[in-house]
Write a protein that binds this ligand. Structure first.
Ligand code: NDP
Ligand code: HEM
Length: 491
């Protein structure tokens, strides 16, 4: 039997086809609260889109532990071989709006929520191991260059290359973005990286620095610019469709989760700052250690409820996993929960998609949209003598030694922005290098020559063949590409 349609207050509705009018052809009556409810709800059907990473797709799945890493972390999700933890993984592009096409050259988000028995662990990463900047103070400016120009409302290659050329720490990430991997065939065919350095803490209270890697078991598959354009012409939702349909067909995508581990004391010894988000840790020094297999096997039922409202934050960590001095990570620890309170609402963590799968016990009761009635009676403040939830020192992290003068330290001092970008260029095959430099030249069309020249100096410093290849494509006189006299903001 068909269920009876009701108002949101549960009252049955007799007619959902005809408004209440004064006479057959007459005006409508204000007392038609069913009509008013429908129109008023429609006006509230959208929430602000994410300020970045607005276009995305997500799926549920499991992380299954295949290797014992309890020597490094006491996090409960790692404590037994074969242990499974439910996850939500949201993929995204960065710069486009919610309706942007999927097959565009851009970094991809790789945001994991692991519903562990000791709370949600959110690992909010990308498909790249590094990032464009290393100080969060620059993030709003960087994102401005990726979004639309305030007057033309168009994307601005001039703004992008102006910022990048004045911020040479971006070179490593720009090289990845412009390489084959900057345009994946779909979310299944790319790696994920936690990118930042985080910390692991073991049962003995020892700290290790850690980086997270997720290697696609579908393999890396990418489009060229021309292939991407052909895809977009026919299907703006190519990545959403590919992910959704694969999971519906039972072809569950999988990634091999690995970590790189650095003993706490090594951070003083590496030639590079291991907390610098523009750098990787060479595999030869810190090899990948397998942790488990991540599998996506269930599509969300309701996109708005489960994907649009999904709220990931690097501040969500669990015992055994911690932060590091990475300045970008420090900035992100603030930014995400703040964004969620604005974008989704005060009690966003209590929504079904965000809700931890373990008991929660806190005192943040009041505020809009309180979903559950707290069961604490008189214990509505802390400390109290009423048996309310209280802290437990067993979960304290070991202290982290920090020293130095408080100052706005120049993040460029003594920093090498070129070696790792150059190493990446040199590990590419000749074909890959050609496509990289073609993609760069294509993306630089229309950019003032002064900016192009400044950027070419950076490519040249990474590898002379890189600089000369782009210079030739941009029809610059290669003889005039002298890296020394040209100044940048780095100097
Ligand atoms: P390795 O030779 O051990 O590793 C090279 C890495 O580069 C592999 O992880 C490979 O990924 C990845 N790679 C290949 N092509 C691209 C591309 N176009 N964009 C991004 N990544 C790519 O070298 P090292 O560890 O010594 O690092 C050398 C350079 O490799 C670094 O400067 C960095 O640019 C890049 N890289 C290093 C990573 C690391 O964590 N050490 C991670 C990713 C990149 P895959 O195995 O999936 O093919
Ligand atoms: C989304 C801020 C750097 C990955 C967001 C959002 C904000 C933000 C405000 C929107 C959150 C929301 O509304 O739900 C910042 C700031 C950064 C920074 C201030 C630097 C200081 C990074 C880096 C990475 C990253 C370095 C990857 C390593 C993501 C991802 C999302 C996102 C994947 C989408 C999450 C989702 O799927 O909901 N960022 N970000 N961001 N960011 Fe960042």
């Amino acid at each position: 039997m068909t269920r009876t349609l009701t108002t949101t207050a549960g009252a049955p509705i007799a007619d959902n086809q005809n408004s209440l009018s004064a006479g057959r052809n007459g005006p409508l009556l204000l007392q038609d609260w069913q009509l008013i409810e429908k129109l008023a709800h429609q006006n509230r059907e959208r929430i602000p889109e994410r300020v970045v990473h607005a276009k995305g797709s997500a799926a549920y799945g499991t992380l299954t532990i295949t290797n014992d890493i309890t020597a490094y972390s006491k996090a409960k999700l790692f404590d037994a071989l074969g242990k499974k933890t439910e996850v939500l993984l949201r993929f995204s592009t960065v710069a486009g709006e919610r309706g942007a096409a999927d097959a565009e050259r851009d970094v991809r988000g790789f945001a994991l929520k692991l519903y562990t028995e000791e709370g949600n662990w959110d690992l909010v990463g990308n498909n790249t191991p590094v990032f464009f900047i290393r100080d969060p103070l620059k993030f709003p400016d960087f994102i401005r260059t990726q979004k639309r120009h305030p007057s033309t409302n168009l994307r601005s290659p001039t703004a992008m290359w102006d910022f990048w050329s004045l911020s040479p720490e971006s070179l490593h990430q720009v090289t990845i973005l412009m390489s084959d991997r900057g345009l994946p065939q779909g979310y299944r065919f790319m790696n994920g990286y936690g990118s930042h350095t985080y910390s692991f803490i073991n049962a003995g209270g020892e700290r290790f620095w850690v980086k997270f890697h997720f290697k696609s078991l579908q393999g890396i598959k990418t489009w060229t610019n021309r292939e991407g354009e052909a895809v977009v012409a026919k299907d703006r939702e190519s990545a959403q469709r590919d992910l959704y349909e694969a999971i519906e067909a039972g072809d569950f995508p999988r990634w091999r989760m690995c970590v790189q581990i650095m003993p706490e004391a090594d951070a003083e010894k590496t030639a590079y700052n291991p907390f610098d988000l523009t750098k990787v840790w060479p595999h030869a020094d810190y090899p990948l250690i397998e942790v488990g297999i991540l599998e996506l096997n269930r599509n969300p039922r309701h996109y708005f409820a489960e994907v649009e409202q999904a709220s990931f934050s690097p501040s969500n960590i669990v015992p055994g996993i911690g932060f590091s001095p990475d300045k970008m990570l420090q900035g992100r620890i603030f930014a995400y929960a703040d964004a969620h309170r604005y974008r989704v609402g005060t009690h966003y963590e209590a929504l079904p998609v965000n809700r931890p799968r373990c008991p929660v016990a806190h005192y943040h009761a009041d505020g809009s949209m309180l979903h559950d009635i707290p069961e604490r009676g008189d214990a509505y403040y802390e400390p109290n003598s009423m048996g309310g939830p209280a802290e437990d020192r067993r979960f304290a992290e070991p202290p982290l030694k920090i020293s130095g003068d408080a100052d706005r330290w120049n993040h460029r001092d003594g920093n090498d922005d070129y070696s790792q970008a150059g190493a990446l260029f040199r590990l590419m095959s000749p074909d890959q290098r050609e496509r990289l430099m073609d993609n760069i030249a294509e993306a630089m069309q229309g950019v003032p020559e002064e900016i192009v020249r400044r950027q070419v100096v950076h490519f040249h410093r990474a590898d002379p063949a890189y600089g000369l290849g782009v210079a030739l494509r941009m029809k610059l006189d290669a003889m005039n590409i002298d890296p020394q006299p040209l100044s940048t903001a780095a100097e």
